[in-house]
Ligand binder design. Structure first.
Ligand SMILES: [Zn+2]
Length: 194
């Protein structure tokens, strides 16, 4: 498992809710947590590791020893937004070195399942609310660069094009499968659990 980078097509995949959580999926989630901590991220969505599942792992302290801050959200849904909006700089492990301000709701109420299969309702605010909105966007194939103001978009244009060129280079060298092969693999994985 590795973190895929923009513009890998799986980052544009809109994932369907999971119907079951099995031992293999739990192993994948443990691996997602390891990757998130290794790259000092505060959140990671399944799309970012090339999986078509509505799963997000988070730890706003990005500290593997702060287990009380570690969350696994399965089929998370934002059921309410509040507190107005605020703007703050975001980055993404799939868009390395790119940072830009994004407007998000200040607070959200989240309905989700945890790894134990329990249904939870959480009220999040601050960085936790912002990061959760960023991660849930990933599950719908949405990236933070899609939410930038025209000025902010322009300010990251060169870096974004740089990632596109890198991806094309990897593809030309045969390191990345065709769109068709990627879609077929996602469909196969979806059939197993969604
Ligand atoms: Zn991200």
């Amino acid at each position: 498992m590795r973190i895929i980078k923009y513009p890998h097509p799986t980052l544009r995949h809109k994932s369907k809710p999971l119907r079951r959580v099995d031992a293999e999926l739990k192993r994948m989630i443990a691996e997602m947590l390891d990757l998130m901590y290794a790259d000092r991220g505060v959140g990671l969505a399944a799309n970012q590791v090339n999986l078509p599942y509505r799963v997000v792992v988070m730890n706003v302290e990005s500290d593997p020893t702060a287990k009380d801050q570690e969350y696994v959200f399965i089929n998370p849904v934002i059921i309410k937004r509040g507190g107005g909006t605020s703007e703050a700089e975001e980055g993404c492990l799939s868009l390395p070195e790119i940072y830009a301000p994004v407007k998000r709701s200040e607070t959200i109420e989240l309905a989700t399942y945890n790894l134990a299969g329990e249904s939870l309702q959480l009220r999040l605010s601050g960085l936790f609310a912002r990061a959760a909105q960023h991660e849930i966007d990933h599950l719908d194939g949405m990236l933070f660069i899609d939410r930038l103001s025209p000025t902010a978009k322009l300010s990251v244009k060169d870096e974004v094009e740089g990632l596109e060129a890198t991806f094309q280079g990897e593809r030309d060298r045969g390191q990345i499968p065709s769109d068709q092969d990627i879609a077929a693999r996602l469909a196969e994985l979806e059939k197993e659990r969604t």
